[in-house]
Write a protein that binds this ligand. Structure first.
Ligand SMILES: [Zn+2]
Length: 288
């Protein structure tokens, strides 16, 4: 309800300014505009985020995997922009390394950010099948794949956002007790149960001495998962949805590279339902 009032007030304000600018127009004054007309385009009041995982690739010391998927990420952001959807792009450090190699790539990422997308961290720790090479867990320090500690990781990835401090992350569950990095205040998690994880309210956790607020996401069209929401099911869910909780979904950049159709269709579906997604930090900050 609050949003309806806000939109109404903003529209009256715009009309009033417009009226001041155009003295020659002897037409309708702002107060004569019927109220029904000013509130017909109100958005549905649904907090919805889309997290995109950018994976490290098989060799933590190489950015070849990122190079293969970089164009798909730019296509994904362009498609989201076409539908005014804001994404939360959660990147392993290999992506930051690749982006920082070229000022044009960094410029593009900064453009995405100033356009409302969020750049955050995805970290594959040593307990995951493709480790990104960073951990605070000393038993891995002698591994040939070891690159540095989580402070070293943050020194790299924090060069991406203009603020020089990422605030949102998704860290593998087995590693977060040791590897949850400093400065991260929001985390995303989930995927084991599609319907339980689709909705959540921000919940406080403490990992590695860091207090964070967690929201969960369900998997959407994730290729290797049986626990998945597809377009048809999402359509039904949105029709039936009466929850005030935050909705979240996750998929991988490589899946968009393999087949962009289900994701572009999702953007259209959300738009048809009056939903425009926002970033994790924005929906958690704005949640009451
Ligand atoms: Zn991942």
């Amino acid at each position: 309800m609050k949003k309806v009032i806000l939109v109404l007030v903003m529209m009256l304000f715009i009309l009033a300014i417009g009226g001041c600018d155009d003295e020659s127009d002897g037409g309708t004054s702002p107060m004569e505009i019927p109220l029904e007309e000013t509130i017909t385009h109100v958005e549905e009041d649904v907090d919805f985020f889309i997290a995109v995982h950018c994976e490290p690739g098989g060799d933590p010391l190489s950015t070849n995997y990122v190079a293969l998927n970089w164009l798909a990420l730019t296509d994904l952001v362009n498609s989201a922009d076409d539908h005014n959807m804001k994404l939360t792009l959660l990147m392993n450090p290999q992506w930051a390394t690749y982006i920082l190699e070229d000022e044009h790539r960094l410029g593009l990422v900064r453009d995405w950010e100033s356009n409302g997308h969020e750049i955050g961290l995805h970290s594959h720790g040593p307990h995951m099948n493709s480790w990104n090479g960073y951990t605070n867990q000393e038993q891995y320090f002698n591994s040939p794949d070891f690159i540095g500690t989580m402070d070293d990781l943050m020194d790299v990835v924090n060069q991406l956002p203009a603020s020089e401090q990422m605030v949102t992350a998704c860290i593998a569950s087995e590693d977060q007790e040791y590897d949850f990095p400093s400065g991260i205040i929001y985390e995303t998690n989930g995927g084991a149960d599609k319907l339980d994880d689709l909705w959540s309210t921000p919940t406080e956790y403490t990992w590695n001495g860091q207090d964070v607020l967690r929201v969960t996401h369900a998997r959407y069209a994730v290729s290797f998962s049986e626990v998945n929401i597809d377009l048809q099911q999402m359509n039904k869910i949105l029709d039936d949805n009466e929850s005030d909780e935050i909705m979240g979904i996750v998929f991988h950049c490589f899946e968009y590279a393999d087949d962009s159709a289900p994701y572009n269709a999702l953007f259209r579906l959300l738009e048809e339902n009056g939903i425009h997604t926002n970033t994790v930090s924005a929906v958690v900050e704005g949640y009451e």
